[in-house]
Design a binder for this molecule. Sequence first.
Ligand SMILES: [Zn+2]
Length: 408
Amino acid sequence: MPEELAIAFIYAFGVSTPHLFPDYSFGEEEEYMQGLRLGTFYGFEIRIDLSWLVIFFLVLWTLTVGLFPTNYPGLSNTTYLGMGIVATLLFFASLLAHELSHSFVARAKGIPVEGITLFLFGGVSRTRMDAETPGDEFQIAIIGPLTSVVLAAFFGLIWYLGKTAGWSVVVTGIAFYLASINLALAIFNMLPGLPLDGGRVLRSLLWKYTGSQRKATQIASIGGQWLAYLVIALGFWQLFGSALLSGLWFILIGWFLHNAAEISYEEVLLRTSLQGVRAREIMTPYPETVNAEMTLQELVDKYFLTRRYHSFPVTEDSHPIGIITLNQVKDVPREEWIYRTVKDIMIPCSNGVTAFPEEQMSQVLSKMQESGVRRVLVTQNGSLKGIITANDVAIWLQRQREFGKQMG
Ligand SMILES: [Zn+2]
């Protein structure tokens, strides 16, 4: 059943990678993994990306007109549709359970987790930083496949009980599908390449063994790229075997895997190449500032519309007191712009958005991640010395590449 296999693969991802600067080369203000907010669960915000709707109907369609009628002939179309809907919903619930298990363990290890986004290729736990020890990373990674195995066993048990007690195939058919898809998720996720859970498990073991997170990531990400090539090859093989849909899916998934494997490595490369570098070396010195009492209307007219920056340091009596970003202004209804001030909505310095000129960049990067605005003000004795945005970091890295000093 190649199509079902493809659908299993589509959702095989528990990509719990913290995206440090997923977009640092594509401009600084792109919101990553937004989408519709479904609600919150134990403090984790659950979102679905619009691309996910495509998958929902694809899975539903595959089950309703393909898998169930083939395996359990003789039922009515309405029954197949009902089975399809229930199975699809439980499939996504299983996927969510897998992601939530990562999130719960990550939170227990002191890593801030904003929530989970379901998108075209699976689920992503949105974390703001990486595990600090190999042991933590191992536990955060392994819990996902374990959860899927437990779910597979649970649905397998229902299938087995139902079969021996002579329940309708409507119930046992759904249970059998869910048992196999959860098992497939667990197995695929344990393949040893980033960004899959198995790749993270591999990385944590190598990290512990070699003592180098960078080396471990490099090897695990090469594993991920080879896996990606394999999946793409499988896609072409299917394509020529005239399984058009699953062939295309495999190729798409392989392409996604390949990119994700590269990103994982680049993130660690970023950290290691910034080792020993100070904030003052990266910052844009003496940036243009805006006054705290200014209205949002004035801010938009005089600054955002006429400058290319997406954020400004906010000052009061010429002391820096916070940062204002374009996105924050966009969140305020336009009719309120004429009376609300910059100070009302800015992110105050007390939220960890400042650094000292001599501060290590590794520490500054953590602040940029945790504050959620991906920029910090560099201050000294209450006066503003500079600003560091994701763009500044990207430009610095670019220079290093051009002059060939670093990056090995
Ligand atoms: Zn996972």
